[in-house]
Ligand binder design. Sequence first.
Ligand code: AMP
Length: 187
Amino acid sequence: MNLVLLGPPGSGKGTQGALLTQRTGWLRISTGDLLREAVKQGTELGRRAQGFMDRGELVPDEVILGLLEEVLSRPEAQRGVVMDGFPRTVAQAEKVDQVLAARGQRVDRVLFFEVPEAELLRRVLGRSQAENRSDDTPEAFRRRLAVYREQTAPLVDYYRKRGVLAEIDGTGTVEQILQRIERQLNL
Ligand code: AMP
């Protein structure tokens, strides 16, 4: 199963992705986590990514496409992955398709998390104290939301046209949302 979690910042992708992998044993890959780790370790990737991340902008595709190829080609990813926070652009979606197609796989399902904007803002500003993410300031969050609308939201149509998109009501409790997902995936 290759599953994409798609939705605006703060829509619950990370939380639900973690719960889903606990229950199913599927491998979750989060490019956000990989990039934050690279920043912490001070690697070349981290140095190239940090400024974009702090401003709430996307790290350029020329940096991300190689990372996607590398992580999706790892042996532990061969049986399928839960993609959390990527693809974020059409170019990234095409890259994912290409890497999966090379081994006879495809994106099987895309969960699109729908949450009203006021609720997103409330959640993310609450998260900044708890997790101390440098990109959860109001300015960076607004920028991330605008970037999402411009660059990532087109993927909703990209996947809907293929008939793999499932819309998930992302409001309510964590447990309610998880149940909706499990129903969608027949788990
Ligand atoms: P996330 O944890 O998914 O919200 O990602 C945090 C930040 O990391 C984003 O605001 C981007 O700056 C960067 N990032 C994470 N994943 C990607 C990606 N697939 N493409 C470009 N930038 C990304």
